[in-house]
Ligand binder design. Sequence first.
Ligand SMILES: C[S@@+](CC[C@H](N)C(=O)[O-])C[C@H]1O[C@@H](n2cnc3c(N)ncnc32)[C@H](O)[C@@H]1O
Length: 496
Amino acid sequence: MNDQPRSRPQGTSQGKSQGRPKGKPYRRPQRDPVRILAFEALRAVDERDAYANLVLPSLLRNAEAEAAKKGGEFDRRDAALATELVYGTLRRQGTYDAVIAACVDRPLREVDPPVLDVLALGAHQLLGTRIPPHAAVSATVELARCVLGDGRARFVNAVLRKIAAQDLDAWVAQVAPPYDDDPEAHLAVVHSHPRWIVSALWDALGGGRAGIEDLLEADNERPEVTLVARPGRSTAEEVAASLPLEATEPGRWSPYAVRLAEGGDPGAVDAVREGRAGVQDEGSQLVAAAVAAAPLDGRDARWLDGCAGPGGKAALLAALAAQRGALLVASEKQPHRARLVERTLAGNPGPYQVIVADGTRPAWAEGSFDRVLVDVPCTGLGALRRRPEARWRRKAEDVAGFATLQRGLLTEALRAVRVGGVVGYATCSPHPAETRAVVEDVLRGRGEAEPLTAEWIDARPLMPGVHAVGDGPDVQLWPHLHGTDAMYLALLRRTG
Ligand SMILES: C[S@@+](CC[C@H](N)C(=O)[O-])C[C@H]1O[C@@H](n2cnc3c(N)ncnc32)[C@H](O)[C@@H]1O
């Protein structure tokens, strides 16, 4: 499969004629606010590289206001359908593009992107939802009439009728290369991931076909919303008790976690509004808690989060530091993200400082800290569930650039900690070049005149009860095994 199934506009003219078949009276297209909103979100993602999770809420707010102005309503069900259409279409874009390609008589790069977006929305309704096929086709053709014009709507109609002729399984059997000929290309089409990501995830995961298929499918699921009850400010039991019984489940692994039932709105939880709790994946909770729990001899008074924005792990670390009377310094390179950290840490019961600093050119003296976390910038391949468009935007070449920055940040983190102190190196990517390879490079002192020396700490016992985290000493979490993002954590103790 093409790793980048879409391409930029080629200025083609498919179906552009605005004429209508002779003899038929003109009927105005019906505007369906849900599908128009979904189309606008897909255009924003494609045209201006918007993030779906940022663009969608503002489009939903606009749609509500617009409906209210006209005396109507854009209700929760409309919002849920629009969200499903946008997220589902983006996640499954690779599969849908392969199907669409089999139904048009030219390469996809010659189909105008807005037409492709409408076709993909139609394909998702036909192949990925329970919307009855006739309703999916007619709603999408009406959308096409509104946003593309009648001529191109006829093209959309013709393609969707071909797609509707069989279900997803039959299409996949037709368009995916056989597994035995090319396993990665097969999985890329079936599970809608770029091939290079299939390959990288498979390298990281190891094992046979079943595991990688489970992982790729987990990336296509909507993640549940998990809350963290910040210690000293609330408890998981209190947060759960503040909500109806059926609205929550206990965390799977983290003692601070509360999982919200589908459709649960964290903004409606008092503890979240008051900053005593926050929204945080359990994998991130486990990482911060393990850094705080790693064994340490001597002073334990100064902690650093070297890549703190937007502040999720910093807030948990700060709450845990407060219980020991320790100071947390939360450092972030981007000023606007440092402001988010300020907001997240507000109300922390113990001492903390938020500073703007480049972790590769630190603003602190060597050996200043007892515990340091660097949750480094990465490709985000472990959080594909949350960012449905990310897999199509990332390139294999991005990995090397991140790895250089990651080595710099880890090296400086080791310099920042005193001898005997602990460093946690975390990423939300399981790509081998961003995880253990970085740590091993730094431990070998690659590129350093005076290498810092450090030893591994076994991170596994610091995540009690969490199974299948790897052979250690580092830990790798997985969406399909743990229900978390694919967080990686290496723990090191500076020895010299
Ligand atoms: C993966 S995010 C950290 C997430 C954060 N730990 C949390 O749990 O909310 C990485 C952060 O590192 C920041 N960053 C990137 N380069 C940096 C650098 N050279 N020094 C410090 N921070 C940097 C990014 O702006 C981003 O906010």
